[in-house]
Design a protein around this ligand. Sequence first.
Ligand code: COA
Ligand code: AMP
Length: 640
Amino acid sequence: MLNSFNTVYQHSIQNPEAFWGEAGEKLHWYKKWDKVLDSSNPPFYRWFAGGITNTCYNALDRHVDEGRGNELAVIYDSPVTGTKQHYTFRQFRDIVALFAGALQSRGVRKGDRVIIYMPMIPEAVVAMLACARIGAIHSVVFGGFASHELAIRIDDCKPKVIISASCGIEHNKVVDYKRLLDFAIELAHFKPEICIIKQRDQLKAELNEERDLTWQQSLLGAEPAQCVPVESSDPLYILYTSGTTGQPKGIVRDHGGHMVALHWSMKNVYNVEPGEVFWAASDVGWVVGHSYIVYAPLLQGCTTLIFEGKPVGTPDPGTFWRIISEHNVSVLFTAPTAFRAIKKEDPNGNYIKNYNLSNFRTLFLAGERADPDTVKWAEKQLQVPVIDHWWQTETGWAIAANCQGIEPGPVKYGSASRAVPGYNVQVVNAEMEELPAGQMGDIVVKLPLPPGTMLTLWKADTRFVETYMKHYPGYYQTSDAGFIDDDGYINIMARTDDVINVAGHRLSTGAIEGALCEHPDVAESAVIGVHDDLKGQVPLGFLVLKNNVDTTESQIIKHVIEYVRENIGPVASFKSAVIVARLPKTRSGKILRSTMRKIANSEEYTMPATIDDPAILDEIREALQTIGYAVNSKPITKTE
Ligand code: COA
Ligand code: AMP
């Protein structure tokens, strides 16, 4: 019989060591931990302290050694290249071990960093697991980021090796990854010793003979590598995510806590058993891809799917249903924006009717708030539970979810459901007082965070403490605001920093502003996230020009759009900007981005009490009207 959700949750909060210790027993350790939780140096908590393990062993070899080597581990389905491949656990283990040996033969050792900048091909997953196997620390950079962003990450984590591909395929266009990589290395101060390039048929890359090897060349003479035992708290990976400034934050994840939490989540949150097919339609460049394309499904002995395509246009809005039916997918996890894209092209779900989805059980959504319309549409079309769940790159797995493997609760539209076992979530005001049910405030999580969450920021312990732990001592500040209702259901309403969410991708307005200000004619800029029916939010730039500029305004706008695309990447979806004479600011000089956002989104706003000159807001409204915004918001009379 299932335990009640409350029993499991309370046990996790009151006896975290007993709770996670039991979960840890299910995995393989070369040496068991001395202590489930080492709290000796808060807020730097360490799970399974003293334990020795290896994540790759647990994700691949363990299943082979336990007799499941012939079961399917990985399916690669690429509608953009017309390719389908299937790998058993044994086959995938052997491929990973050989590539790990290739890395070792080039001098990569435990603790060395390896950047992976790749499209959604099996080699991306092989590279990640090969690093894990030899204790190297991978840092995957999403392919939609351009050279400048890649260069920042190269300089921060100083990789010995970069693994990439000659190209990616986006819709019908071929993206020259190697050109972007070469330029990034040119921009970066730190230079990697070796680049390993997977040559793809769609575009062959030119190699730099002193530095580059093809994937095939790297394997010549390599011997399969054994798993290297590592400390539980040794870093498995660094994943950069956007913060308030243009300098991304390198989230560091460990081996031991991470594998235990993800393994636990597969049964308890997603209710998936070994042998089932679990599909996270995301990208390995994002945390969802790390956790639920690569590590969690394989740790659980499930088959995972590497999908190189889009929900629409590759070739049609029936692709998701084809994949579910053809590969017998039990559970799908994606972002609401993917469903909005499908709904837009196939509002009546006609494509769904062409496929047998009888084995499909649950749809999970995350990455942004799942809007009720999209959830209801998906429920109606698919006739399965549609579960919104909330998480962050920092946590690596869900903070709130309707745990399908414990005791599923009712779905409440607009809510990400209850705090997941392990997370003591509270809503507080600026004075750190816990707020009553229904009241909006900052969402915080009482320390210690459960296993699987970040250890620190790469080489930036002080920034880790100041960004996340200082404002509310004893708590992790999520930078999300919202409320918890009487039933404990959490509603995430907004970010409290300058992070925006574009098609489920997290971006920093600060980074885009930084790029805009590099234009020689731009004196100052502000970027806000405006509502978009498909992508949730898209960035909009406001530019203040220098005096006596020769170039026309429309040329400047064209240039800055191209510049952001070339530097940050197409993923920023930065397609519109407007020129204004001045930006609204407080008397102390802080740009009033949230008021500008409310005006652009036609929301009511309160006139900020500290505004320097209220007339500037009228200028902003007029500027927005010139680019087609039907701005009909009015300030409500009360000042803040
Ligand atoms: N490599 C290179 N370029 C990439 C890329 C990659 N891995 N991923 C995206 N891009 C490019 C796209 O081609 C697009 O370029 P364009 O401006 O020339 O059209 C741009 O970056 C913006 O990409 P995206 O926001 O993904 O828009 P889209 O129009 O290509 O697709 C959706 C829209 C909704 C279909 C798409 O965002 C999607 O499937 N989202 C699923 C959500 C998801 O994966 N979220 C991750 C967290 S769960
Ligand atoms: P990322 O780190 O890219 O996963 O982005 C994390 C941010 O996305 C969170 O801080 C939220 O702002 C937002 N987010 C993710 N999932 C949800 C959700 N289910 N509901 C609301 N916001 C979400």
